[in-house]
Write a protein that binds this ligand. Sequence first.
Ligand SMILES: *Cc1c(COP(=O)(O)O)cnc(C)c1O
Length: 467
Amino acid sequence: MSKSLHASVPSIDAILRLDGMIVLIEQYGRTLVTDAVRTVIDNIRIKIPELEEKIIPLIEEPAIVSAVIQFLKTEKKPSLRTVYNLTGTVLHTNLGRAVLADEAIEAMVKVASGFSNLEYDIENGKRGDRDNHIDNLLCKLTGAEAATVVNNNAAAVLLVLNTLGQRKEVLVSRGELIEIGGAFRIPDIMSRAGCKLVEVGTTNRTHLSDFESAITTKTGCLMKVHTSNYVVQGFTKEVSTKEMSKVARSHDLPLIEDLGSGSLINLTRFGLPHEPLVEDAIKNGVDIVMFSGDKLLGGPQAGLIVGRKDLIAKIKKNPMKRAMRLDKVTIAALSATLHLYQDPDKAAERIPTLKLLTRTADEIRKIAQLIEKNLRAALGDEIGIKQIECLSQIGSGSLPVDRLPSVALSISPIKGKRGSQLKKYAESFRALPIPVIGRIQDDAFILDMRCLDDVDGFLAQLSELKI
Ligand SMILES: *Cc1c(COP(=O)(O)O)cnc(C)c1O
């Protein structure tokens, strides 16, 4: 029996000659399609002993063709895909942090599509500097004398420490020895940068005199770190930037600051909590400020370094800079994003991160209402759905304790055990063509609507939800 079944499985060639294959070969290429056909046929043969006659429908040509199409679709699916971020965390490192402005996307496409003057001085027909596409604007926006950019803020910190503190001591308050997600710890970066960390003061209280008495002939610089993902509360004392700068200056030492997110405009004007401004750090006497491109700035992944001209020149000369440089596509996106900041109102309107952060609960409720109606139909009678007030997070260590009032849809079974059900709901939403990422909290599967922008796209795929 199984012998004759084996004999009736079409050959690879026979399948490849079918009409339906021509389009597939055009789309995916002959090699991939042949591989797919071989895999599908091999799988059928493997199943013959177990399924016997039941295999017959699978051997028919249309069935094989659709199996090949299915195989190619899943195999060719890119690993990096877009998702709906309904976690309630706007700047979610695992979900790609900032969504770029249209202006930034257009600039990326343009520069990627052709040659450019990335390192070419068009006026003089000579070699140029890739930083020049950004540094003037960055100086204008921050009040700094000079600027340079690298791959991310972690690289910026490493580069600055290595330039100013190698084989020297770097003083940091014990209250600022942070770890942020993804294994970025100040003490580790310090040692990799070749600096000796000198801890100053205590976890909750550090005084100016602690810094003064820690300065020796071996001191390379003083460092301030924005404690972006936690707060020390209660009996605390932090040395202000101004005070630290005075001490640094009197010993002719640079003061550097890792500002983490850093902001270029005052966010309180949009009703958001206060986040330190890069401009203020410079005004208060920090010599070198480092911050991220894809946190509150809302641009591409980058590490921005601004400050004193002589120090920036030194940093740019460090051979490590070459290993951390930005590519042209990122420079295009960063430059376009920075341009939007020349008009703060425009920035809030055009930069998706700021737009999502400044959405009011009322605006979000309107979206939730629309989605709730459609979702109710897709979920059936066994599953309950309701609108709830919730709090979104800014994320990526920015403004760690502040929360933004938002509206979510809370999904939970009407009866029965919740735990395993909720996990299944989360899986079903992740299995959609554009995966939907929510969170399980308070005995429900929660979809925070703050970051839902493409409402039509979201609704269009609900018919495929298998829950
Ligand atoms: C986020 C952050 C970093 C790392 O920045 P990346 O751009 O992610 O490399 C460094 N320091 C602080 C204080 C941060 O908040």
